[in-house]
Write a protein that binds this ligand. Structure first.
Ligand code: SF4
Length: 254
């Protein structure tokens, strides 16, 4: 799997998101279209499966065009890693399918609105994400769910699997929050189970979604091609891109 970043922007505000600071960069965390197109062609040349990631890739206005480009460039499978909120709109989910997207990896971090939104810090995100899972499945997309495990939700892992399966997910992966990049805050929030057995969520506990895509054990290798951030002002050199590899499971393949 080759992953290409579209943006660092997001409509959630997860407590453990490692991209919060980068999101405030000039340009709002959006990468240049030209850089993304180059990375997509490269990714499709190197691997049969390409993943469009963020941030929240569904916020990018050119996502459908990028998807078509990746498929035309040879990608046989195309995955969008998303918090799933925009998938609650059936026309959008159908648009993804028509553009060539084959699967989605959706972040879900709780079995109730209180639990999920304790992590995402975004009111209403649970209902949209849960609806998005079902709508995506109904549109014909393969659906995997990623949950970042924290001390606020780990006791509910079995329920979360049942909930995701009931909505049509074919796989669930769990990622410990303390393995997330830049996870000083995540480690502090999620390091150890509570000893008092208190129910969740509780004050001072959190974890982070979306990033579950980047942690976890026992996964395959994934190469992330991160395009340059380009400012919108003239003469701005932007930030040089980078490529790195990380271990990651791929629920859309199971
Ligand atoms: S973890 Fe994912 S869903 Fe949450 S704020 Fe960061 S990019 Fe958005």
């Amino acid at each position: 799997v080759r992953a290409v970043w579209l943006t660092l922007a997001c409509n959630n505000a997860c407590a453990f998101c490692p991209q919060q600071e980068a999101r405030t960069s000039p340009g709002g965390g959006f990468f240049s279209s030209e850089a993304i197109q180059d990375r997509l062609r490269e990714a499709a040349r190197l691997d049969k499966t390409v993943a469009l990631v963020g941030g929240e890739p569904t916020l990018h206005p050119e996502l459908f065009a990028f998807a078509r480009l990746a498929r035309e460039a040879g990608a046989e499978a195309l995955v969008v890693q998303t918090n799933g909120r925009r998938l609650a709109y059936s026309s959008y989910a159908r648009g993804l399918v028509e553009a060539g997207v084959t699967a989605v990896d959706i972040s879900l971090h709780g079995t109730t609105a209180a639990m999920h939104e304790f992590h995402t810090r975004t009111a209403g995100s649970f209902a949209q994400t849960l609806t998005g899972i079902g709508v995506a499945r109904g549109a014909g997309l393969r659906v995997g769910v990623t949950c970042v495990l924290t001390r606020s939700n780990y006791r509910h892992a079995p329920e979360l699997v049942r909930l995701a399966a009931a909505r049509g997910a074919r796989a669930v992966q769990f990622a410990p929050a303390q393995q997330l990049p830049g996870g000083g805050r995540a480690r502090a929030l999620a390091a150890a189970p509570r000893r008092d057995g208190a129910s969740v969520p509780g004050r001072g506990e959190a974890g982070r979604p979306g990033a579950g895509r980047r942690a976890a054990a026992g996964g395959e290798r994934i190469a992330r091609a991160r395009p340059s951030l380009r400012r919108r002002g003239p003469g701005d050199p932007g930030i040089k891109g980078q490529t790195r590899s990380t271990s990651q499971p791929s629920p859309w393949r199971t």
